[in-house]
Design a protein around this ligand. Sequence first.
Ligand code: SIN
Ligand code: FE2
Length: 201
Amino acid sequence: MMDDLKILPGYFDAEAQRQLLDDIRTVVRAAPLFTPVMPRSGKPFSVRMSNCGGLGWVSDKDGYRYQPQHPVTGRPWPAIPHRLLDAWAHLADYPGPPEACLINFYSSTAKMGLHQDRDEETFDAPVLSVSLGDTALFRIGGTKRADPTRSVRLASGDVVVMGGKARLAYHGIDRVMAGTSSLLADGGRINLTMRRVTPGR
Ligand code: SIN
Ligand code: FE2
């Protein structure tokens, strides 16, 4: 089925993970984590978010969308760190750079329900995601919500590439396994998801 799903365990080694974490700390100082809410219901996500890149993904009462500014500070998102752009250039097999990088921060109790990434104008580019910190139980299925799913552990440094038939696969995070990594002093998990939003280079 999802033969276009690639999981690359340990793509970022321990030193690269620390450097990436430093990069993300710099981003989050300029663009602080915020708590998105679900459209309509206004229910808060358990995950806190920020973004880097020309566009950032946000969710509020009006819906899901990409926008060039941080919803709280009103400032443009910081640039995507070069280490992430390098990974995209190496793995995405797409002629242009990513336009958005969503930063998800999971405390030990946070999770993310099964969903498709489909707020983009193009699905030609893969979604490339990087895990840092505590291991997560990632659930991945098919392009229909009712398709069978399987569960994969994502550890710090692992990269997932969802391209081709897997680009619109349902996925989510069932739980974070506290104490499985010492990268983040206070525990938790960071997921960095790079996406192309518009077609072209
Ligand atoms: C997401 O689908 O936005 C996040 C996936 C993850 O945390 O690995
Ligand atoms: Fe997603």
